[in-house]
Design a protein. Structure first.
Length: 448
């Protein structure tokens, strides 16, 4: 049994593959526990302790315990409430996880460990015994987070009655977790605390675990989609280069002039003149984008347009920017002082640390904090560097939602973007700017 459980996890998807959306892989084949192993509640740092022989024996013991308390019946993973936790044989970093779970009896309690850390809480909200712990607020919260921290309890109670199946969708990127339970948002991009090493960052990778806690637990339809790393490495990523873009209203290169945009040795240089954009040759819908940028003069201004519609780019005059799309601002810190001196007004409607906002005919519901005009998503913290330092942006744009990370920190974004398909554009806006390490990963639509 131990050898079966520890077999290579890249097993061929079976019948349940038909239930997975494009880009998702089944973690449960509907027949047995291939690809899973046993593991208790354990500090990830302790799992590697001991000699190879000691570790192998420990794992064999856990697998034997797993075989005693976990089984598959009619396409459902069934646990009797006891034993080690059902644990993926593979470690994961950033991912989207979908599964269905059911508590067959009252007062049951379970949870989902992410990277080996507790937990997305699962329990019976109607059990009076656990009211002292807050179970009446519902499942899906990050219950082991510190008291009063956002996300510890769900935003709404979304549980189905005991004995009915619940559908959960969990996204983990960095240390932040979003949970949708039965199509209701219950945790909105909140950090999961490191349970074992208090105050320390979470491990970058770790297993997914389904907890046992004294009462039966049923699970089915378990799917995962791994997300890209913030630096654009990993499966599915590719470089973006000169051949991927075409001019819209910037000056082309000639034998006598390099033009507005010049590509050389992996770096694209923009003179800033005239104001305008270049765009990808193909329209894009769901994507991850990683790039580095730097301004070459104080107060430089540029940006990346997502989902710019064709109508906003057709016959766009020289010296103009598209009247449509979602802009991810690329702005040097010196712009604030220049704006206030030249305008005599307070620079309170923008920041220089990664604003995200709709342009022209496009619309977006911004994430807080929000600019005074209620259109821009302001960054939650300042992480960008001034000229001439390089900055890294990671942008995730999927199903009408945009999220921006600046130098490794998620800071801003928005949802309900319209349109949510269009061209990716790089912006020239009056000052020299450079981009490098442009990489993209196109994604399918999220499984609904």
């Amino acid at each position: 049994m131990a050898a079966t459980l520890l077999a290579a996890t890249a097993w061929a998807p079976m019948a349940l593959a038909a239930d997975a959306a494009e880009g998702f892989m089944p973690l449960f084949n509907g027949t047995d526990l291939t690809g899973w192993r046993g593991r208790p509640h354990l500090d990830p740092l302790e799992e590697g302790a001991g000699t190879p022989e000691e570790r192998a024996k420990r794992q064999n013991d856990w697998n034997a315990d797993l075989a005693t308390h976990w089984k598959v019946e009619n396409g459902v993973i069934v646990n009797d409430g006891q034993g080690v936790y059902l644990t993926t044989g593979k470690d994961y970093g950033d991912f989207e996880l979908e599964l269905e779970w059911m508590l067959p009896g009252p007062c049951a309690d379970s949870g989902i460990y992410l990277r080996g850390n507790p937990q997305v809480q699962i329990w019976d909200p109607d059990c009076a015994r656990d009211n002292q712990h807050g179970n009446q607020k519902g499942s899906g919260g990050l219950w082991n987070n510190p008291p009063e921290s956002p996300g510890k309890f769900p935003l709404v109670k979304a549980d189905k009655p005991t004995g009915e199946w619940n559908a959960a969708r969990i996204r983990m990127q960095g240390d932040r977790v979003t949970v949708v339970l039965n199509d209701q948002l219950v945790v909105d991009n909140q950090p999961l605390a490191n349970f074992f090493q208090k105050g320390q960052p979470l491990p970058s990778r770790g297993p997914i675990q389904i907890q046992t806690h004294g009462a039966p637990m049923h699970v089915r339809k378990v799917f995962i989609r791994e997300l890209g790393t913030l630096d654009g490495t990993g499966p599915g990523w590719r470089d973006l280069g000169a051949d991927d873009f075409e001019a819209v209203n910037c000056d082309p290169g000639t034998p006598d002039s390099p033009g507005t945009w010049t590509w050389k040795d992996g770096v694209v240089h923009c003179t800033g003149n005239p104001v305008g954009v270049i765009r990808t040759k193909q329209q894009l819908t769901n994507l991850e984008l990683s790039l580095e940028w730097r301004h070459l003069s104080a107060g430089g201004n540029s940006g990346v347009f997502l989902w710019a519609p064709s109508a906003a780019l057709e016959k766009l005059p020289r010296g103009s920017l598209p009247p449509g799309g979602i802009e991810v601002q690329v702005l040097d810190h010196g712009y604030t002082e220049q704006y206030e001196k030249s305008s005599g007004q307070k620079a309170d409607w923008f920041t220089t640390d990664g604003d995200v906002f709709p342009v022209g005919s496009s619309t977006m519901k911004p994430f807080p904090p929000v600019a005074p005009n209620s259109q821009r998503s302001f960054p939650t913290a300042r992480h960008s560097r001034g000229t001439p330092a390089w900055n890294r942006y990671y942008v995730r744009a999927i199903d009408g939602e945009v999220r921006l990370w600046v130098n490794g920190h998620e800071v801003s974004g928005g949802t309900d973007c319209q349109p949510a398909t269009g061209f990716l554009c790089l912006e020239s806006e009056g000052a020299p700017v450079e981009f490098r390490h442009l990489r993209i990963r196109e994604l399918p639509a999220a499984k609904k």
